[in-house]
Design a protein around this ligand. Structure first.
Ligand SMILES: Cc1ncc(COP(=O)(O)O)c(C=O)c1O
Length: 433
């Protein structure tokens, strides 16, 4: 093993994160190679800097003027678009993202966390977590309605197992007891869990009271001596449409909940800043007992994992997002307009669905947030319904694991939603009665 990796492992040994390191995680380190040496040269090599493989003249990169001319004059220097981004991401963007995270999550205020590391979108952030902290053969606890990419990431990439528990309890709330039992039943002294709210595919976020019960339940398991890694997947953060819904990431509570809890937040500009194709996400670490040295070691391991996979994350995306967040004239107004439209669509879907209360074939899962709602097909094949909708009505929806039909109402105009919902019920009736 590389001596730098051994050094980082020594630093992490007395932290909540250490026992979660996978074989890759243990081997990972940030090399003192080209990136580190060119960073050092940026400070000192005032005469000639011959370190980076990036063609420059007079301090700016060469570029295609056909690309540069697509940007408005005077906003970005060529280096802000065409150069490599700094390792870990644009420093100002990372600092601003952290400030914003604390503003949106007041319970994070005063708590020690790492500075968010820029990833190539949230999928990349979760995949990095799997590489670093999910050893082959380990279990990842997850509610049984989940984003299907978790399967590919944890089961197929990491060679781990998803340990599922029923998402809802008997009252249509989040199944806190089921979650606790799954954590308790996880084999060994280490348990991993991924929680995604607002949820894809259900569109559910726990109430404030449920959120506190989730945190208490995880703490109770941590009290028994089990170490728990809690991943908060906050892809749809902020789209909360009801008063009693928890408006903060669970990461705010887990960040300093217990010495045995290792909290990780994955979030992204993808949906929060409406830049789906930019591929800019963030990874943030915290634990009650973390020192600055622990956080630094985890950051170096993560930078190493980025370096040996994508090497560097999207520079134009980072510059554009930073500029909008810092200087945008319509930044708040555009985001408010999206929220307003999504909340109208959410209400319209609720009204449309409630007309079909007690339907034999489709039962909507409780939903209160995000982009989606989903129907249980009550044991019938959701793939049959998906195909029928597509062939007979030219309606696209998603079959989730054969027993759930997911509707992304975020992508349908308000005027069409009642017809969409009515047609789905009608199609189910035609198909199954
Ligand atoms: C629950 C969940 N997590 C993560 C992601 C990944 O987001 P990104 O597009 O930033 O990779 C998605 C995207 O659909 C998602 O639904």
């Amino acid at each position: 093993m590389n001596s730098l990796a051994i050094e980082l492992n020594e630093i992490l040994k007395d932290s909540a994160a250490y026992g979660f390191l996978s074989p890759i995680g243990k081997r990972m380190y940030f090399p003192k190679g080209i990136v580190a040496q060119s960073d050092e040269a940026k400070e000192k090599a005032k005469r000639f800097n011959a370190t980076v493989g990036l063609a420059t003249s007079k301090g700016e990169p060469f570029y295609l003027s056909d690309i540069y001319s697509s940007f408005k004059d005077g906003i970005f220097r060529p280096s802000q678009i065409f150069s490599y981004a700094p390792g870990g991401g644009n420093k100002e963007l990372r600092a601003l993202w952290k400030d914003m995270m604390i503003r949106k999550n007041p319970h994070l205020s005063g708590k020690k966390t790492s500075t968010p590391i820029v990833t190539g979108g949230l999928t990349h952030a979760i995949s990095l977590i799997a590489d670093l902290f999910v050893a082959p053969g380990s279990e990842v606890v997850c509610p049984d309605l989940f984003w299907d990419n978790y399967d590919l990431i944890f089961t197929d990439l990491a060679d781990a197992k998803l340990k599922l528990f029923p998402f809802y309890d008997g009252n249509g709330g989040f199944n806190v007891e089921g979650m606790k039992k799954a954590l308790e039943e996880t084999e060994g002294d280490y348990a991993r869990i991924i929680l995604n709210f607002p949820n894809n595919p259900t569109g559910y976020t726990p109430s404030r009271e449920e959120a506190l019960r989730i945190v208490d339940a995880v703490k109770a398991v941590a009290d028994t001596g089990k170490k728990i890694m809690v991943i908060s997947d906050d892809a749809y953060f902020g789209l909360f449409f009801e008063n009693d819904t928890e408006k903060e990431s669970l990461f705010s509570y887990f960040a300093d909940a217990h010495e045995n809890i290792f909290a990780i937040k994955g979030d992204a500009a993808t949906k929060e800043e409406m830049v789906w194709g930019f591929r800019v996400g963030f990874l943030t670490y915290a634990s009650k007992g973390f020192t600055d040295a622990h956080i630094d070691a985890l950051t170096k391991k993560t930078l190493g994992a980025i370096r040996c996979t994508v090497s560097n994350c999207d520079m134009p995306g980072q510059s554009l997002i930073l500029n909008a967040m810092r200087n945008g004239k319509s930044y708040e107004a555009d985001k408010a307009a999206l929220f307003d439209e999504m909340s109208k669509r959410y209400k319209a879907v609720h009204v449309a669905v409630s007309k079909h209360d007690g339907d034999r074939f489709l039962t909507p899962y409780p939903f209160n947030s995000g982009y989606f709602m989903a129907f249980s097909t009550n044991g019938r094949d959701a793939e049959d319904l998906r195909r029928y909708l597509l062939d007979k009505y030219q309606i696209g929806a998603i079959n989730i694991m054969g027993r759930t039909l997911r509707l992304a109402y975020c992508s349908v105009e308000l005027e069409g939603l009642t017809e969409l919902v009515d047609t789905i019920y009608k199609a189910a009736e035609e198909l199954w009665s």
